[in-house]
Design a protein around this ligand. Structure first.
Ligand code: F6P
Length: 324
């Protein structure tokens, strides 16, 4: 391998910069040149490239977002778009790729890599923690810390006014952030897309909490929950338990920003380092992951064929026990 192209794609996540830095420095250490590709697949098609060196990734390990920018690109789904992208890579002399992103990024990488026979290693970067082949994706830990900080603050005002707060958190179809932050933030109830529990059981939980003389309550609602979002849930609950003083807080994109946690920085660095070393070893299509504190590599196709992602059973049980 002579030159690696590195890019970030899909929703940004804290830790992406640390991963870019590790890819660049590991490649250069091994006498491999690196080109940064701006805006993910979009930049590949438009020819938006930058030569990277050790200094171009100085002082980025602590930064949220991605210095290479990100985009969700529809044109890459067309044959013409991918052909343009490949021509541009050829022109740059890029003969291997490191893709940092989520499910959509991996799907594009797998297809493109097979179509043009170009090796690619994928680094899971998304706050949703919804990818097969890893216990943790980059950005998930930081997002959890952000959510917990927000819950703690909401708890202060909730208990001062004896209110019930419905806090909606991100995660797309995954309830990982909701479950984790719900436990860490001591929520009275958590609504998860994976459990698909209705509002009736939530009402029971709230009545139970009231019967135990709780005056303030926090309910975490995953954005993928099927009950129509935090405002809708709040409306229905209010109709059924009229005396509750209910407020809604949708945390939104603040969950995607901020300096990566120590965990995310180290994980990103380990993954970036290993991604380059796998390419050097001749691995052509893989995704990085961490299991039992070991970095593992899963064939990209296997990761993509196993989209069924399950929540940790023990965490589910713990969340249940904590509220009883
Ligand atoms: O995948 C990360 C994520 O933040 C999800 O949690 C959320 O559903 C989605 O991206 C939001 O996407 P956008 O930033 O395009 O609005």
């Amino acid at each position: 391998i002579n030159r690696i192209g590195v890019f970030t794609s899909g929703g940004d996540a804290p830790g992406m910069n640390a991963a870019i830095r590790a890819v660049v420095r590991t490649a250069i250490y091994n006498d491999i040149a690196v080109t940064g590709i701006y805006h993910g697949y979009q930049g590949m098609i438009e020819g938006s490239f930058i030569e990277m060196n050790r200094r171009s990734v100085s002082s980025i390990i602590q930064k949220g977002g991605t210095i290479l920018k990100s985009a969700r690109c529809l044109e890459f789904k067309t044959k013409e778009g991918r052909q343009l992208a490949y021509n541009n890579l050829q022109e740059q002399g890029i003969d291997a790729l490191v893709a940092i992103g989520g499910d959509g990024t991996f799907t594009g990488a797998d297809f493109f890599s097979k179509e043009y026979d170009i090796p690619v290693m994928c680094i899971p970067g998304t706050i949703d923690n919804d990818l097969y082949g890893t216990d943790y994706t980059l950005g998930y830990d930081t997002a959890n810390n952000t959510v917990i900080e927000a819950i703690d603050k909401i708890r202060d005002t909730a208990s001062s006014h004896s209110r019930v707060f419905f806090v909606e958190v991100m995660g797309r179809d995954s309830g990982c952030i909701a479950l984790n932050a719900g436990i860490g933030g001591g929520a009275e109830a958590i609504l998860l897309p994976e459990l698909n529990s209705g509002i009736d059981s939530l009402i029971e939980e709230l009545e139970f909490a009231e019967s135990r003389k709780k005056t303030s309550m926090i309910v975490i609602i995953a954005e993928g929950d099927k009950n129509g979002g935090a405002y809708n849930v709040a409306k229905i609950v209010k109709e059924k338990i009229n005396h509750l003083d209910i407020k809604v807080s949708i945390l939104g994109h603040l969950q995607r920003g901020g300096a990566p946690s120590s965990f995310d920085r180290v994980l990103a660095t380990r993954m970036g380092y290993n991604a380059v070393n796998e390419l050097i070893k001749g691995n052509t299509r893989g995704t990085l992951g961490i299991r039992g504190n070991q970095i593992i590599i899963t064939p990209l196709e296997e990761a993509l064929n196993n989209k069924e992602f399950k929540l940790d059973e023990e965490l589910l049980e713990i969340a249940n026990v904590m509220n009883k």
